[in-house]
Design a protein around this ligand. Structure first.
Ligand code: GDP
Ligand code: IMO
Ligand code: MG
Length: 427
């Protein structure tokens, strides 16, 4: 079976926990887009791991972990991440990196920072990891790919034609130019260390599919951060949708069997851009503290708001979400004023979709339904029937307005703190 895990909001929905949980039945776990802008938290017992580039299957020695062609990879940071895992005893793992994935170079990071500061109040609020400039070079056909990084001659040739262009851009933005030899020598070394992991992952995945293996595609970011369908320009530079998986992993679209949408029980967003259900009050602060809503990568406080089903329904339409995993549900215990947004009001008209322009989206006013709170601690609940009636009503409201079954409910960060209503990823 091939299952896709997608974020159905603005990222940080709990994809890492679900990937780790469902990954217990996976033979292969694949990251197909984004890079180290992602921060996926996994709690194994009391131990907390925050993964950025490495897939969440890395803890299981039987799982093949793949960084596919649609990713942008910072070799220095990836090596640091691997070293950090090794230091914590994760030494027995399988990792495969696509020779077609693009390499994040030092100038990408500098350019990301420079564009952000020059934009001033119009900044996107990026993670400043060089993601946008690296994807821009890919599209502009001046990128360096992993296959080039590991071949000294290719690296030399491409870098010597690209760096002068990038130096012109850096100079234009008032930054210092970079030295070819310094970068070449440094990146050549990363290439040497990473070489054993680099291969044609499209081929590997297709062979695994032919062997009928269980493959889990771990999305990064969320639908509203999609370059094509998100709240542009306040988005990332790749498409975190189920539709993007085949092209970003080099497999045929017909092989995707099921899509799980990861949905936080409320909504969060890091970075700038419209957010209709945002709470600018004490309740927002309370949820932020209880949910530890601070960026895994940048430590920025996340903006917090009520659950927005217009957003979730939009993600359903774009990705074809078959079932939902409802995350951080425990955080809503004792929230007295519980609301769910079911539509927007735009210029006096009710709408149930996301408008394309920022100006229109900024004018959207949420229409809410109010729900009853529950006060019982739900961390220890493992059967749906044992949830308080009000908590079940919250879940049934989501099902009613999205027409998607909530098959998994997460009531705490750890693997075991999970209620399974339907096992969507069987061996
Ligand atoms: P991702 O980027 O989608 O993988 O999500 P993040 O890891 O950035 O953010 C999710 C946060 O919620 C992490 O700190 C998780 O440990 C935590 N988390 C996941 N599920 C639950 C849950 O059910 N309850 C609570 N309290 N925390 C959770
Ligand atoms: P995970 O996988 C939340 C946001 C940034 C910014 C915008 C563009 O952990 O859910 P970028 O650096 O990608 O150019 O930034 O996208 N962003 C995320 N927000 N979770 C993420 O990943 C994100 N990755 C990028 O905050 O608003
Ligand atoms: Mg995250």
């Amino acid at each position: 079976m091939r299952l896709v895990v997608v974020g159905s909001q603005w990222g940080d929905e709990g994809k890492g926990k679900v990937t780790d949980f469902l990954g217990q039945n996976a033979d292969v776990v694949v990251r197909s887009q984004g890079g180290n802008n992602a921060g996926h938290t996994i709690m194994i017992g009391k131990e907390k791991f925050a993964l950025q580039t490495i897939p969440s299957g890395i803890f299981n020695p039987h799982i093949k972990n793949v960084l596919a062609n649609g990713m942008v990879i910072n070799p220095k940071e990836t090596l640091k991440e691997l070293a950090g895992l090794k230091e914590r005893g994760i030494t027995n793992f399988q990792l495969f990196i696509s020779n077609r994935a693009h390499v994040i170079m030092p100038y990408h990071i500098l350019l990301d920072g420079a564009y952000e500061s020059l934009k001033g109040s119009h900044k996107i609020g990026t993670t400043k990891k060089g993601i946008g400039p690296c994807y821009a070079d890919k599209v502009n056909r001046i990128g360096i790919r992993m296959g080039d990084l590991i071949e000294e001659e290719s690296l030399k040739e491409i870098l010597s034609s690209t760096l002068p262009l990038k130096n012109k851009e850096l100079k234009m933005l008032g930054l210092e130019e970079l030295d070819f030899t310094t970068i070449y020598n440094e990146y050549k070394e990363y290439g040497k260390i990473l070489k054993p992991y680099v291969c044609d992952t499209s081929l590997l995945l297709t062979e695994e599919i032919e062997k009928d293996k269980n493959i889990l595609f771990e999305g990064a970011q969320g639908s509203m951060l999609c370059l094509d369908h998100g709240s542009y320009p306040y988005v990332t530079s790749s498409s975190p949708t189920a539709a993007s998986v085949p092209v970003n992993a080099g497999i045929a679209p017909k092989y995707i069997d099921h899509c799980v949408g990861i949905c936080k029980a409320y909504t969060t967003r890091v970075g700038e851009g419209p957010f209709p259900t945002e709470l600018h009050n004490e309740l927002g602060d309370l949820i932020r503290e209880r949910g530890h809503e601070y960026g895994t990568v940048t430590k920025r406080p996340r903006r917090v708001g009520y659950l927005d089903l217009v957003v979730v329904n939009y993600a359903k339409r774009i990705s074809g979400i078959d079932s939902l995993a409802l995350m951080l549900f425990d955080v809503l215990t004792n929230v007295e004023e519980l609301k769910i947004c079911i539509s927007y009001n735009l210029d006096g008209k009710e709408i149930k979709t996301i408008p394309a322009t920022l100006k229109e989206y900024a004018r959207c006013i949420p229409n809410y339904i109010t729900l009853k709170p529950w006060h019982e601690n739900i961390n220890k609940v493992r059967n749906y029937e044992d949830l308080p009636i009000e908590a079940k009503e919250y879940i049934e409201t989501i099902e009613k307005y999205t027409n998607i079954p909530v098959d998994l409910i997460s009531v705490g960060p750890e693997r075991t703190e999970t209620i399974i209503r339907k096992d969507v990823f069987k061996k």
